[in-house]
Design a protein around this ligand. Structure first.
Ligand SMILES: *Cc1c(COP(=O)(O)O)cnc(C)c1O
Length: 324
């Protein structure tokens, strides 16, 4: 099932700021594993797709905003793996379709729109029943791929996928952008197995990201209970750095866009404005503030999301926060 996917390269960043701080920086380029189903979204989808196939579903249904990386990846993955897809989009239909939704439709995804109030019911049995009445027996994947199959896929990001012997011992600190923190939980669980001296730092891209602490605890506990504590037993230490959200989810400031362009020019690593740009900005800023101890080796996980940038070339760069 994963034969078309490339192993993600690890790229060293040669930066004067890092050199001065005596810290080494590497980027795990999950954005390069597949042209469409890339970044952490592939890992979150993988076991959802396998479960859907195993249970002989023929259609997937999932939720997302009009610019969602998850909608984009689900449409492409469904197409590739022979499953129909239905995308339940938050808010009203706007025509012409933006590049994200245009792509989703080109992959065969059927779109429906829910007003914001109804969309809030997206995790309720009632709404799921209604959708099943409308679309038949669909396999429902939650928004952002945030479920235990999603976590399971993310346990493979660092360990199994790279398949490099002793790879993990090379890094002390792993940094990742967080939306639901599913990715952070999966990685933290898989590294817990290694019993190395490592920690993971999450950069929530939403305002008030402190609430993710509870989500991280409950998601990991659920995962450990369901898996009988066999394959993984604990999370490596983690912390959240909550002050690089730039005003909230989908909010973008010119300073952030400039940073992303400069970083791409200098290091050949393109960044998206919604997730990776904010995390990389935070890391470079923290480096200058002496946050990381000398000798630290950082692995920044590039979770993809570059498709989202195409939406911003069309609209003004001062964003209204409507991108979720
Ligand atoms: C969805 C997404 C995230 C957030 O992942 P979570 O598992 O929800 O924390 C991070 N980066 C990119 C590029 C994404 O598309």
């Amino acid at each position: 099932m994963i034969t078309n996917f490339l192993p993600p390269p690890v790229q060293k960043i040669n930066s004067a700021i890092a050199l001065q701080a005596d810290v080494e920086i590497y980027v795990l380029r999950l954005d390069l594993i597949h042209p469409w189903i890339n970044g952490n979204k592939w890992f979150k989808l993988k076991y959802n797709l396998l479960t859907a196939k195993e249970q002989e579903f023929t259609n997937l249904l999932t939720f997302g905003g009009a610019y969602s990386n998850h909608i984009y990846a689900t449409a492409a993955a469904g197409n590739l793996f022979g499953l129909g897809t239905i995308g339940v989009i938050r808010g009203e239909e706007r025509l012409p379709l933006n590049p994200t939704l245009d792509f989703a439709v080109s992959q065969g995804m059927q779109l429906i729109y829910l007003d914001r109030q109804t969309y809030r019911q997206r995790e309720t049995v009632e709404l799921h029943q209604q959708l099943k009445q409308q679309f038949g027996e669909v396999f429902i994947i939650p928004e952002g791929g945030c479920n235990l199959d999603g976590v399971k896929g993310c346990t493979e990001i660092i360990t199994a996928v790279l398949g490099m012997k002793d790879f993990n011992s090379d890094f002390n600190t792993i940094c990742v952008a967080c939306g639901t923190a599913t990715t952070l939980v999966g990685m933290a669980l898989s590294l817990g197995q290694q019993q190395k001296n490592q920690k993971i730092i999450g950069f929530p891209v939403l305002k008030g990201g402190e609430f993710l602490s509870g989500q991280i605890k409950s998601l990991s506990e659920k995962y450990l209970v369901t898996n009988g504590n066999r394959s993984v037993s604990f999370l490596i230490p983690w912390e959240l750095v909550c002050n690089y959200h730039f005003g909230g989810y989908g909010k973008i400031k010119p300073e952030l866009i400039q940073f992303c362009h400069k970083f791409a020019d200098q290091h050949g690593v393109p960044l998206d404005y919604i997730y990776t740009g904010k995390m990389f900005y935070g890391v470079m800023d923290l480096l200058q503030k002496g946050f990381f101890p000398p000798g630290d080796r950082l692995l920044l996980v590039h979770t993809g999301g570059l498709q989202g940038n195409f939406n911003h070339k069309l609209s003004s760069l001062t964003n209204t926060g409507e991108t979720k």
